[in-house]
Design a protein around this ligand. Structure first.
Ligand code: WTA
Length: 634
């Protein structure tokens, strides 16, 4: 086990040491894991290419550290505690010993389907224990998992399968989510019909038991695939820098990028942050409400907690099914000690009213966490008072898919809190604020673009198949720094507050969505000539999506036009990207060089039209007033 910080003084000392000697600090943490061959050098790096290697020459398997290592000491402890979608359905408890058996058995099944070290396996599954088993089974044999959130459309899934050249796809028959029953396997079939030539097999987990069509020779049932397979499987020993997984995420331009993480560094960092941020204590019931389809689920439902030997609760459903008391019911019934969720869920449950929290016995709660987007003060206080009864520290954890683990955060019960502040960096993390000219902003009570100056073990290594894109996106804006894409402020006492994205990425309900992606999708709708998409403040979602659209035909039935646009976005990307507001406009404000002036569109969407700046230099200044009038009416 890595070391655990015990007090704020301890944090300050540890931080100072970690910055003075990052290599030594992380080597000390790394030594607490099982390695099959020790590393020669702790770190090799430059941010120019970029090239970052941690624990160079070391050999290991991350699942040996998640599973085998715990068998002697906690084989009968629950590893995964599964709460099904239907309230009242029996929870499933999977011990470390059982999970080991399931992972090994499925790893053997994957091998039998021809999956080898380095092969990419796409996982498109709902939140069932088999999803976690699938992830770990890939890692067990050195295959690279690429989990795609099961809410994405067939087109998005196909794009990701093709980009990763996945050999096998793992899926389920249906996804039981709230009152919905989504035909997941049918979406996979649709995706594969879009020319995913690399795919040889599809393994289908029978979840709800609903009807599906199986393609002979290609598709195989999960239960058939594991039949007769042994429940032990020697881990494939890989290099510290071998690829563990790809996870696609949106940026300001182009298609989603495949962020790549590797075995060694990711393992050390996720376990260390899990234990320290949440101050995990032996025996705690820990619940992160994210979906494994996102980085939060990878790092803090699967890897971090299992590496630490914790009991990780997995919930199949949604916060409001069958009612807005579902989360609190689960907390009460399973005596959850650590609860980690997103501000959007807190806001939605807050809006549903206090009656859902009142009268619940939630005294088991000790630590609360948030992630994914800035939390507003009102939600922070409601979470603190109504859920935590003012006795549970809230850790507001800032991080990204690219960072692999939590970067700036309070340590529960240790760091003095300030509402809406992510407060201080984790040991080993060296943040800085930079101005528009790339100069570092020193001192306190300042605001700027958030960068990181030195590598940490779980920094992304590349974007799959396109290293230059990784360099351009993260390492070229500011010399020798990793650029996060976020703006932040450092208050008078040096505490960090994350303000939000400074690029063309919108954060809707904690989901990262690129405006360019949504525009591309909208442009595929009938009669759409051109579109521009911006974010605007939304009470529940944090940000909503506002779409300005030029139509080739006069729009007579606005409701029909809007639904055709929405359906197109759902078909191309998925429901998470559908615009909240659609405005048909005669033109988009453009500079003389033809660039859309998003700044103006953003202001109009925010309802702040008092100061739009100088519009006289636009190519078409006359459209601004029309757009303003239109926006006021919707
Ligand atoms: C935002 C999620 C404010 C931020 C782990 C970041 C946050 C993006 C916070 C990454 C927070 C995440 N406060 N903003 N505590 N946590 N963000 O890759 O804009 O899905 O860049 O990773 O979410 O989103 P991603």
């Amino acid at each position: 086990m890595t070391s655990q910080i015990k007090s704020f003084e301890d944090y300050q000392e540890t931080y100072a040491r970690s910055v003075a000697d990052p290599e030594g600090f992380w080597a000390e943490q790394a030594e607490t894991f099982t390695w099959r061959k020790p590393w020669r050098q702790s770190l090799k790096w430059n941010f120019r290419e970029p090239r970052v290697k941690w624990f160079v020459g070391g050999r290991l398997n991350i699942t040996e550290n998640c599973l085998d290592r715990h068998l002697a000491t906690r084989g009968n402890q629950v590893a995964l505690l599964f709460e099904p979608n239907e309230k009242g359905a029996r929870a499933r408890k999977i011990t470390y010993k059982q999970l080991y058996g399931l992972v090994c058995q499925f790893a053997n099944a994957l091998k039998a389907q021809g999956v080898k070290k380095g092969d990419r396996v796409c996982i498109y599954m709902p939140m069932t224990p088999e999803l976690a088993v699938a992830v770990l089974a890939c890692a067990r044999i050195g295959a690279v998992h690429s989990v795609v959130f099961a809410g994405f459309s067939a087109i998005s899934l196909a794009d990701r399968i093709k980009d990763a050249q996945a050999k096998v796809v793992l899926t389920s028959d249906y996804n039981a989510r709230g009152a919905k029953n989504i035909a997941v396997k049918a979406i996979v079939d649709e995706a594969l019909a879009l020319g995913c030539d690399s795919v040889e097999h599809v393994i289908v987990h029978q979840n709800t038991g609903g009807a599906v069509t199986m393609k002979a020779g290609r598709d195989i049932w999960w239960h058939e695939a594991v039949k007769g397979r042994r429940r032990t499987c020697k881990p494939t020993i890989v290099d510290s820098e071998d690829m563990l997984f790809i996870l696609y995420t949106s940026g300001s331009t182009g298609k989603p990028k495949g962020v790549v993480h590797t075995h060694g560094g990711y393992m050390v960092y996720t376990e260390y942050t899990f234990r320290n941020v949440f101050q995990y204590q032996e025996g705690d019931i820990y619940w992160c409400t994210a979906d494994i389809g996102w980085i939060t689920g990878h790092s803090y439902i699967v890897y971090g907690p299992l590496l630490a030997g914790a009991t990780s609760l997995m919930f199949e459903g949604v916060p409001t099914y069958p009612d807005a008391g579902r989360f609190w019911d689960i907390v009460q019934r399973h005596k959850v000690n650590i609860f980690y969720t997103a501000p959007t869920a807190i806001r939605a449950l807050m809006a549903a009213g206090d009656q859902w929290v009142k009268g619940r016995r939630m005294s088991s709660l000790r630590v609360l966490g948030t992630v994914g987007e800035p939390i507003n003060e009102e939600a922070w206080h409601w979470y603190n008072e109504r859920v935590g009864k003012k006795r549970c520290p809230i850790v507001d954890t800032w991080w990204q898919t690219e960072t692999g683990g939590i970067m700036i955060t309070p340590l529960a019960g240790i760091t003095p809190l300030k509402p809406c502040y992510a407060t201080y960096p984790m040991p080993g993390i060296q943040p800085c604020l930079v101005d528009g000219n790339g100069n570092e902003i020193e001192g306190n009570d300042v605001e700027g673009m958030l960068c990181i100056k030195f590598p940490w073990p779980s920094i992304l290594r590349t974007t799959y198949g396109d290293h230059e894109r990784c360099r351009l996106t993260y390492f070229s804006t500011f010399k020798n720094k990793y650029f996060t894409g976020d703006g932040a402020r450092r208050d008078a006492n040096g505490l960090y507050r994350i303000i939000g994205r400074v690029d063309d990425v919108i954060n809707v309900s904690g989901h990262r969505i690129g405006t360019a992606e949504v525009e591309d999708a909208i442009n595929k709708a009938p009669n759409v000539v051109e579109s521009a998409v911006v974010g605007y403040p939304h009470d529940i979602k944090g940000q909503g999506i506002f779409a300005y659209i030029i139509s080739s035909e006069p729009v007579e039935d606005m409701a029909a036009f809007k639904s055709s646009v929405l359906n197109t976005v759902i078909r191309v990307i998925g429901p998470i990207a559908k615009p909240d507001k659609v405005l048909v406009v005669p033109g988009l404000p453009k500079t003389r060089s033809g660039k859309i002036m998003r700044r103006i569109l953003r202001k109009i969407a925010e309802g702040d039209t008092s100061n739009l700046g100088d519009t006289s230099t636009l190519l078409n200044p006359e459209v601004v007033d029309t757009i303003k009038d239109g926006a006021q009416r919707i």
